[in-house]
Design a protein around this ligand. Structure first.
Ligand code: DGT
Ligand code: CA
Ligand code: ZN
Length: 583
């Protein structure tokens, strides 16, 4: 087991221990602390174990040393297995509900015998949970809300997490002889923000050895099915909270002649496929995952372009294949020329050590320059957000002096002085107008009072973006993918207001958010609202969110280069921001 896997197991043990005995806080804490220490080790864990020096690491006592060594050397741990066997797996799922910690979960189990989500649902709807000590009607309602949210998630995981798993599988498969072509299909290829399972497609003349190699990949936890042309496995991954996650992966092996058709079919979406098949029927043809065929013979296609061409369609990028008008647009040669990552010239929503970022101004500037950006907007948090070390007006002044000094020194990158300014509960901004006037631009965002009514929230955001200094609205709906729905909001009214006041809407490229959702990008564009793709970077690595996941959303939302503000060159951006301020 490697470092990250060991850390994940230790974290899991901490949770299991808490569920066993919520009153004993000490032991779980020791395990979660150890998980953090192991995850952050700069020395190789294997070597530490081999040299017998693991016990010297502060925070790792003798009991932990023994268990970690066992995990590293054998990949298993009886203690962990015992704990798992003793704890109904449903209890851990219950922990995913907001407001339910180990203590409450244990109480539900001890008092009402609830050990899975179905029983919890039943107990809530029959009003049993409300009468439990420490619960009440409000908590019960909240649990029901959480259950509804969870049931709609199913087994989905985030795009970035699925991508990491898929990358590892693809790297493993590539070692295998006999693979002619290899593509990731499905929702992952369409760059959907969450993924249910990974669809891999290979062309080869002999499927057997490839199937064997696939089901034996080290990531495979369980073989769900092994067939001649299709195999399914359960793959383990690790999410960024250090928890283990599982996702299904299917591999299909087809012949080289079938490959383009299979690629098209398994890329989907299902609705796009249905529309394509209907189009084929209009041409007197049959289209499926193996071929495009007329009554007498089949039409050879060497790639997907050929399939679309045979149906008099322009090539449709995978991101657009959602049956939202792309086939009609392709027939009329009216598909958008989708924006690409290399068109980006800079970004505007980034944090530094001045607030809750991990990198200094200088490090962020260097990293932006390294990515070929011409400019970087610094938007640290504003004063109310004390948990994120938001800047007081005095610190704003100081930071701006530092930025001026850096701009005088740096070559090839320009720093803009911005802020991610909180939108307060009543729609006011988090600085007075005198302070606001000092910024080159302002990202306005909601970080508090998520529970307002739709009316209140809409009024609040509309008021904020009608402030003449606001340049863009940050993470418009506040959703956290698979964790939290966005706040209640009349988005159409917000988009209308954005148009009226010439305010841009951010596509937040953080893969936990991806907010504005792609569905609404198309609408924003139709209204003539400009979009801007921001990484919301809290470290230098996170710049890459923009070129990856942010661009994915923009492309799924039919956006072209002109629709995205940060594809403009520095001089143009300087002018646009200055014009806005002087109106
Ligand atoms: P997900 O839920 O994130 O896995 O989304 P997809 O799109 O990857 O869906 P999946 O894995 O069920 O199937 C992969 C593709 O295979 C899907 O996008 C289209 C195609 N497909 C699957 N089932 C059907 C079907 O019943 N009819 C048609 N026309 N296509 C299908
Ligand atoms: Ca899939
Ligand atoms: Zn924010």
């Amino acid at each position: 087991m490697d470092q990250a896997e060991v850390a994940a197991v230790l974290d899991e043990i901490a949770v299991l221990l808490e569920l066993q005995d919520p009153k004993n806080r000490f032991r779980p804490l020791a395990y979660s602390r150890a998980a953090r220490i192991i995850a952050q080790l700069d020395t190789n864990l294997n070597e530490l174990v081999e040299s017998g020096k693991l016990g010297e690491v502060p925070g790792i006592g003798s009991g932990l040393t023994e268990k970690i060594s066992t995990l590293v050397t054998t990949g298993a741990l009886p203690y962990w297995e015992e704990l798992k066997a003793k704890t109904p797996s449903g209890l851990r799922q219950m922990l995913r509900l907001p407001g339910l910690g180990p203590k409450k979960v244990k109480l539900l189990f001890d008092e009402l015998g609830i050990d899975d989500l179905a029983k919890l649902q039943e107990a809530c709807t029959t009003d049993k949970v409300a009468h439990l000590k420490g619960f009440g009607a409000k908590t019960q309602a909240k649990i029901l809300e959480g259950l509804a949210f969870l049931s709609q998630l199913g087994n989905r995981i985030r795009l970035d997490q699925a991508q990491a798993v898929a990358d590892a599988l693809v790297a493993g498969l590539r070692q295998c002889a006999g693979i002619l072509r290899l593509e990731v299909c499905g929702s992952l290829r369409r760059r959907k923000e969450t993924i249910n399972d990974i669809d891999l497609l290979v062309s080869a003349t002999d499927a057997g050895p490839i199937m064997d190699a696939f089901v034996q990949l080290p990531q495979v936890q369980k073989i769900v099915g092994r067939g001649d042309t299709k195999s399914s496995v359960l793959v383990a991954g690790i999410d960024d909270d250090n928890r283990r996650l599982a996702i299904n992966a299917d591999l299909r092996v087809v012949t080289p002649a079938q490959f383009p058709f299979a690629l098209n079919y398994f890329t989907g979406s299902k609705d796009h496929n249905v529309a394509m098949r209907q189009r084929a029927i209009q041409y007197g043809l049959k289209l499926n995952e193996y071929e495009l065929a007329g009554p007498k013979k089949s039409i050879a296609c060497k790639d997907e372009e050929d399939i679309y061409r045979a149906l008099d369609l322009d090539y449709i990028a995978p991101e657009l294949r959602e049956d939202r008008g792309e086939i009609a647009a392709a027939a009329e040669h009216k598909l958008p020329r989708l924006v690409t990552a290399d068109a980006l010239c800079g970004v505007f929503h980034c944090h530094t050590t001045w607030s809750d970022g991990a990198a200094t101004l200088e490090e962020m500037a260097a990293a932006a320059k390294q990515r070929g950006y011409q400019y970087l907007g610094i938007a640290d948090h504003s004063q109310s957000l004390t948990i994120a070390n938001g800047l007081t007006p005095a610190r704003v002044a100081k930071q701006q002096r530092d930025i001026d000094a850096l701009n005088a020194k740096l070559r090839g990158i320009h720093l803009f002085k911005g802020t991610e300014c909180d939108i307060l509960a009543d729609g006011a901004l988090d600085y007075d107008d005198k302070v606001l006037a000092k910024f080159d631009y302002i990202v306005a965002s909601v970080h508090s009072h998520f529970n307002q009514s739709e009316e209140e929230m809409t009024r609040r955001i509309v008021k904020a973006i009608s402030h003449p200094r606001v340049t863009m609205l940050g993470h418009a709906t506040g959703r956290l993918l698979l964790q939290r729905d966005g706040y209640k909001l009349d988005l159409e009214a917000v988009l209308q207001a954005a148009r009226e006041h010439g305010v841009m809407i951010e596509i937040n490229a953080n893969p936990r958010r991806l907010d504005l959702d792609w569905i609404h990008c198309k609408r924003a564009k139709a209204l003539g609202v400009q979009l801007v793709i921001n990484p919301d970077a809290h470290s230098t690595d996170e710049f890459d969110f923009t070129s990856r996941f942010g661009i994915d959303v923009a492309r799924r939302g039919w956006l072209e280069k002109e629709d995205v503000f940060n594809t403009r060159e520095l001089a143009e951006v300087k002018k646009a921001l200055a014009d806005r301020i002087s109106r």
